[in-house]
Design a binder for this molecule. Structure first.
Ligand code: KG4
Ligand code: ZN
Length: 333
């Protein structure tokens, strides 16, 4: 028997999932609207909202899964990386809950979990495969040798891809988080309307801060000429920015595939929900002959199903945490 309760609280989603021998029975996500007014996640408010949400979310996940608390064999939780105060809520709850139920506690690395979300449904990649992990805080090309044997081949030197989307959205006057909104407007626009620079970074690392500055100056200059520029060309700007971010990601991923000779290529993390990136992966499937793995939408952005599945593989390996475990704001995979 392997019923795992997974808890995610690294940023602004309180999420709880139940997984039974690798099968997800429930995956409840309580979002936090409170940050919208501030244009970004406010750490202190995130912690408070997790504190309010965690118990009702656990109850709901157990109810939807149609199990009872005594069926739970282990409690898995996100130990990091993330906002420390937010992680503390999930970590403290998981420790107490495991202690109360007298079951093992399992620590999970959030970025590993994004990758392991590929083992929730079929088809699943086999080892080794490459994974482009793109979220609000990370942009990495990871060589995945085994469930918990992962090597970062390249990563961003400054902003993450999700940040590039969110900061662009801010410049365009769109609310937080702007990534999904840019995606939506981009569908109506011309990706070749405007040309934004591609950074020349050697190897498999990324940089997005130059792009952010270029967009800022571009918008400032055009609005000076025509105050209605943003309103008139929003869709074209969004499509062009998205086109550039996606091409930066795909060029490096293609280089990584070339260097390693690996043809199984996956994407993971919040930005893997982006329709431009998903379409570019489909094109690569056809043109490069890659075997491509794209997560279901509900497993792209933060969720506890990925924590539960990562916890399940640790449970099988007997890899448990002690009650003295504490969260880590920074924790490489
Ligand atoms: O993985 P995630 O939910 O949280 C972190 O671990 O950071 O990723 C959140 C990021 C945000 O930057 C958000 O704007 C971006 O993913 N995102 C998107 C889309 N959906 C979420 N970016 C572009 N297009 C989307 N459809
Ligand atoms: Zn995430």
């Amino acid at each position: 028997m392997g019923v795992i309760l997974g808890i995610e609280s690294s940023c602004d989603e309180t999420s709880v999932a139940v997984c039974d021998n690798g099968r997800i029975l429930s995956n409840i996500i309580a979002g936090q609207q409170v940050h919208q007014a501030y244009g970004g996640v406010v750490p202190e408010l995130a912690s408070r909202a997790h504190q309010q949400n965690i118990i009702p979310t656990v109850h709901q996940a157990i109810k939807i899964a149609k199990i009872s608390k005594k069926d739970i064999n282990a409690v898995a939780f996100t130990r990091g990386p993330g906002l420390l105060g937010a992680l503390l809520v999930g970590t403290s709850f998981a420790k107490s809950f495991a202690l109360g139920l007298r079951v093992p506690l399992i620590e999970v690395n959030h970025m590993q979990a994004h990758i392991l979300a590929h083992f929730i449904d079929q088809p699943q990649p086999s080892f080794p495969f490459l994974c482009l992990t793109v979220s609000g805080g990370h942009t990495q090309i990871v060589l995945v040798n085994d469930y918990f044997d992962m090597q970062v081949l390249g990563q961003t030197l400054d902003d993450a891809a999700g940040e590039a989307f969110d900061k662009t959205a801010k410049v365009l006057g769109l609310p937080y988080p702007g990534g999904p909104l840019i995606d939506r407007y981009a569908r109506e626009g011309d990706p070749n309307a405007f040309s934004f620079p591609e950074p020349s970074i050697a190897g498999l690392d990324f940089s997005f801060s130059g792009l952010k500055t270029a967009i800022l100056y571009f918008v400032r200059d055009r609005v000076k000429e025509n105050p209605d520029f943003l309103k008139e060309r929003l869709a074209d700007i969004c499509a062009s920015v998205q086109h550039r971010i996606v091409s930066i990601l795909l060029n490096k991923l293609t280089e990584a595939a070339k260097r390693t000779g690996i043809r199984q290529v996956a994407i993971a993390g919040g930005v893997s929900a982006n329709s431009g990136l998903r379409a570019a992966m489909e094109t690569a499937r056809r043109e490069q002959g890659w075997e491509v793995f794209i997560p279901k939408m509900e497993y792209c952005t933060d969720n506890a199903a990925m924590i539960a599945i990562a916890g399940y593989y640790k449970y099988l390996a007997g890899d448990f945490a002690g009650q003295d475990v504490s969260p880590l704001a920074r924790w490489s995979i």
